[in-house]
Design a protein around this ligand. Structure first.
Ligand code: NAD
Length: 289
């Protein structure tokens, strides 16, 4: 298949490389990132998109996505599909879909979970919003880049699933970290805490698979000096998106709001920028001294 890939950063680079490795013809564009192996450089996003059957984007935010969509949609061939894999606000996903439809094309949102490791290994999870027909057409490509694909509903539903998932993740990570810091104060051994909670009703992915305490549980960024992993500033981005969505939908999300505020302080006022999001544990420990 002839594919255009716009945005070849930490995630997009390895995703595009996996498509090329699977035998697809991939033309890429990114003003900054190097071209991944097997991907042919195009001078602009529009040039990459010209003649492609599928245009995939993996960009930092909704504003950049809207700008890139405005550039590529007029260049896309009739019947081509625009698939955005970035994490953006639900409104931007729907606006891009409307713009594509107005041009006689189809767009879908397919944000991912699994991080840079998942992008490299081709084991991402995709949460997809779009029509049944578009979903059927994109699935073989998503299967190259990932291991699991869920069709969540119409346009925007993939982004809705992504931000709800990450709101739970942010809240449970903070809860796990503050509980570990409390356990320290109470003189409870961290390994014992893990042994109990990971097999009890307080268990979660944050505790069981990504334990924020170094030397406890499976290997995680805590064992590597809290080098990301999943950076605290990306968690802050996602929590802001879930709060923005909650405001737009008039939904009450007090835990999400508090998680967003704690990560904002951590990243903007404390020393959390560039740290993994599980570094909330040493933050709580320091505050408890
Ligand atoms: P990144 O900053 O490494 O990559 C983004 C790339 O987009 C950069 O290389 C940048 O040069 C490029 N770009 C910016 N404007 C462009 C334009 N106009 N045209 C073409 N390219 C342009 O970010 P990333 O970590 O690859 O994340 C990409 C998206 O995936 C984000 O929306 C992020 O929230 C989401 N995401 C990231 C992770 C992760 O662990 N890194 C996990 C899940 C989802």
């Amino acid at each position: 298949m002839q594919i255009a890939f716009i945005g070849l950063g930490n995630m997009g680079g390895p995703m595009a490389a996996n498509l090329a490795k699977a035998g697809h013809q991939v033309r890429g564009h990114d003003p900054q990132a190097p071209m991944p192996e097997g991907v042919v450089a195009a001078p602009s996003a529009a040039e990459a998109a010209r003649g492609a059957e599928v245009v995939i984007t993996m960009l930092p935010n909704g504003a950049i996505l809207r700008a890139v969509a405005a550039e590529v949609i007029p260049a896309m061939a009739p019947g081509a599909l625009l698939c955005d894999c970035s994490t953006v606000d639900v409104e931007s996903a729907r606006a891009v879909d409307a713009q594509a439809r107005a041009a006689g094309l189809e767009a879908m949102d397919a944000p991912v979970s699994g991080g840079i490791g998942g992008a490299q290994a081709g084991t991402l999870t995709f949460m997809v919003g779009g029509s049944d027909g578009a979903f059927a057409r994109i699935t073989p490509l998503l299967d190259v880049m990932g291991r699991k694909t869920v069709h969540c509903g119409a346009s925007g539903a993939g982004q809705a699933a992504k931000i709800c998932n990450n709101m739970i993740l942010g809240v449970t990570m903070i809860a796990t970290c503050e509980a570990f810091a409390l356990a320290d104060k109470l003189g409870l051994d961290r390994q014992k805490m893990f042994d109990v909670v990971s097999t009890s009703s307080g268990s979660s992915w944050s505790m069981n698979a990504y334990c924020p305490a170094p030397g406890v549980g499976p290997a995680s960024p805590a064992d590597n000096g809290y080098k990301p992993g999943f950076a605290a500033d990306l968690m802050l981005k996602d929590l802001r998106l879930s709060q923005q969505a909650a405001e737009g939908a008039d939904a009450d999300t007090p835990m999400g709001a508090l998680a967003a505020e704690l990560y904002r302080r951590f990243v903007e006022e404390e020393d959390g920028r560039g740290m993994d999001f599980s570094a909330m544990l040493p933050r709580f420990v320091a505050r408890n001294r």
